[in-house]
Design a protein around this ligand. Structure first.
Ligand SMILES: [Fe+2]
Length: 433
């Protein structure tokens, strides 16, 4: 059914929150109420303005890790001390400190330090700045198997807490997030709350993210630069894949080449992102990385009535689907639609044994609730679809096989509700390039 979609931005100005709305004509849908939004304040033991908070880590290159954290004060060094035994820190690295302004908000001091080389599949203990608080993380394995947790459109509600709890129990190696993190929507203190909410997980395993529409935070006349908070707070290793932008990048982990694309930056064939993707895919060595996984935000395949007809979906698909198909990409994860849907292997809207499996997993738990209405009849290429919150686990077992499982947040338990064995396209003779 066609209708007017109303998009709104909450603008934080002094103590006043102003809501600005505009409308587009799109397909309409209704969502059930979400669970309540939560705000995570400074912890009670944050007795010093140099106490680290919002700690998260991300992989850099093959054997390094970026440690990111925020302090209220700059009177603490951007230094990480680390080692493989608790209480013993034989290594040290120093990085950079930055901050940003958004309307009247000034961020805390954002510290980024790259440490390494590190051993694979190893537990490291670390200290931040001059704080005595010890953290730890485990590096991903350098060889298969590897286990990814996948969750999009997280937000910060009681559903998000449930999703994070389930992911935390999964013994995952790395989290992949296809956009829409905090749902701060210009209220910058919500970015701080989100950082504190995810810290228990994100400080222990690398969180590799790309951005969604909720990261844009551009306000006509008032704040013209997009992605200010996202780029400052969630710096990803784009330089390592010769990308010129934090909005798209790639990396190798174990035997998987992961590509993060930006749905809300230019993607046409003249764009820097397109040229970068073309170059990046041409360099993939399937001997080293037999699996290729791509993350976007707005899904290219979607039979939910939510978010139909958006340019970030159909124009990006029209521009880039050929590139992914010709490179034999195995999997494309998307978010944006707050539900779960798995398609068969597809190319140009038809089942194709050499095309990627497309999966929408925008059901992390955000405050906007679920997208419950689906097109009827179900397209043949859509295999499984359900509007429930949850998360996915991609267990890449070896060069040829991976197990994908979607876990629904049912009665607060992670119920495995959709599961499929995938075969890498690099191992299928008919799909050989
Ligand atoms: Fe979105």
């Amino acid at each position: 059914m066609m209708g007017a979609r109303v998009d709104c931005l909450r603008l934080g100005l002094f103590l006043i929150v102003v809501t600005v709305c505009w409308s587009d004509v799109v397909y309409s849908y209704s969502r059930p109420p979400a669970r309540k939004t939560i705000f995570v304040p400074h912890s009670s033991d944050a007795d010093s303005d140099t106490t680290p908070q919002q700690v998260h880590i991300s992989q850099v290159g093959q054997d390094k890790m970026r440690i990111s954290w925020i302090t209220d004060s700059s009177s603490t060094p951007a230094t990480v001390k680390y080692g493989t035994s608790s209480g013993s820190y034989g290594f040290s690295a120093t990085g950079t400190t930055s901050s940003y302004r958004y309307l009247l908000y000034k961020s805390g001091e954002i510290h980024d330090v790259v440490i390494g080389p590190l051993n694979p599949n190893t537990l490291y203990y670390y200290l931040l700045g001059d704080s005595p608080q010890e953290y730890n993380f485990k590096t991903p394995p350098s060889r298969l198997p590897i286990k990814f947790a996948v969750s999009g459109d997280l937000g910060q509600t009681d559903w998000t807490k449930s999703t994070l709890q389930h992911i935390g129990q999964s013994n995952y190696d790395m989290l992949l997030l296809p956009g829409d993190l905090s749902y701060a929507d210009t209220v910058q203190s919500s970015w701080d709350s989100f950082g504190r909410l995810v810290e228990p997980l994100a400080s222990q395993r690398p969180w590799m993210v790309t951005q969604g529409n909720h990261e844009v935070e551009k306000i006509p006349l008032f704040h013209r630069t997009p992605f200010t908070a996202y780029n400052a707070r969630w710096r990803m290793p784009f330089e390592d894949s010769r990308s010129d932008s934090n909005l798209y990048y790639s990396f190798d982990v174990a035997a998987v080449h992961v590509i993060m694309l930006g749905s809300y930056t230019d993607f046409d064939s003249d764009s820097a992102q397109y040229k970068w993707l073309q170059s990046d895919l041409s360099k993939v060595d399937k001997g080293k990385t037999p699996w290729i996984v791509v993350l976007i935000h707005a899904p290219w395949y979607n039979s939910n009535t939510a978010h139909q007809g958006e340019v970030e979906s159909y124009e990006m698909k029209a521009a880039m689907e050929d590139l992914l198909y010709r490179a034999r990409v195995d999997l494309v994860f998307a978010g944006h639609v707050h539900a779960y849907e798995r398609f068969t292997q597809v190319y140009k809207d038809k089942a194709d044994n050499c095309g990627p499996v497309h999966i929408t997993i925008g059901d992390g738990g955000n405050r906007e609730g679920l997208a419950t209405k689906y097109e009827d009849p179900k397209p043949e290429i859509s295999i499984f679809r359900e509007a429930s919150f949850g998360h996915g686990i991609l267990d890449v077992v070896n060069e040829t096989h991976a197990l994908w499982t979607w876990h629904r947040n049912d009665d607060n338990e992670p119920i495995a509700s959709d599961s499929v064995w995938l075969t890498s396209l690099s191992s299928i003779p008919a799909c050989k390039l």
